[in-house]
Design a binder for this molecule. Structure first.
Ligand code: DC
Length: 237
């Protein structure tokens, strides 16, 4: 049975990210298991899965295609305001629409992954992304994964989780994913990349990666995907 109506929120109408449907925030660093876990949690609860990282990635793709100077915050903000990004939860795969084009298969290359930080640190870009994420999340109940869901996008989420794992384990997972996707990548390079992404995610001035005070911390280093999903659902059901 869908659990969407499990809890109705009674919050001050001036509060950001207000919602009437079930909202679950799942934050954490790269490789903590957020994507796989969030998809399964969304499915179990019959709510929409929202991969907010895919939205920052899609905008990065457009900036690269348009050869925008990635240090030009004004241009990047303008780009965010004039771009349509939407997500559609398909069976087994998420479709990511950039101005109507499904770009899901184009947004996970190492070059693009390294460039997302320039886009994700711009306040005007984040404002636009947060607005979009709230409007998608408010349409129906949702499980949103990202870095700032519990702190900025839905500070009033019904449930908040923060997934973490040792950097070596996170690098190993990312490496496996990329190799399975047919990319020739070196584990040592991936580890360096994971550590440098943690650094830029945690230190940017807006929307930094941070555990919300009221989020439940789950260390996934030694847990299987199934165990993490069960743990999360045990708090909800
Ligand atoms: O989850 P991911 O690795 O696909 O995210 C890609 C990048 O997007 C990541 O380096 C940080 C950024 N991001 C963000 O700044 N805020 C979010 N809510 C989600 C992702």
């Amino acid at each position: 049975m869908p659990l969407r109506k499990l809890k109705r929120n009674t919050i001050d109408s001036s509060m950001a990210g207000k919602h009437n449907e079930l909202v679950i925030a799942i934050d954490g660093p790269a490789g903590s298991g957020k994507s796989t876990v969030s998809k399964l949690v969304a499915k179990a609860l019959d709510v929409v899965y929202i991969d907010t990282g895919a939205m920052y990635r899609a905008l990065t793709l457009k900036a690269m295609r348009n050869k925008i100077d990635l240090k030009d915050e004004g241009a990047l903000t303008g780009l965010a305001r004039s771009t349509e990004i939407d997500l559609k939860d398909g069976p087994g795969s998420l479709k990511v629409y950039l101005d109507g084009e499904d770009v899901a298969g184009l947004i996970r290359t190492p070059e693009l992954t390294n460039n997302v930080k320039y886009i994700a640190r711009v306040p005007g870009v984040r404002e636009e992304m947060v607005r979009l994420q709230r409007s998608i999340g408010q349409r129906r109940g949702a499980a949103l994964e990202g870095r700032d869901i519990g702190t900025v996008v839905f500070p009033d989420a019904d449930y908040k989780f923060y997934l973490d794992a040792d950097p070596a384990e996170r690098a190993r997972r990312r490496h496996k994913e990329l190799v399975e996707a047919g990319q020739a990548v070196d584990l040592a390079d991936i580890k360096k990349d994971v550590i440098s992404r943690d650094e830029s995610d945690m230190t940017r001035s807006v929307g930094a990666l941070k555990k919300a005070d009221d989020a439940i911390l789950i260390d996934t280093t030694k847990l299987s995907i199934d165990e993490v999903v069960k743990k999360i659902l045990s708090y909800i059901k």
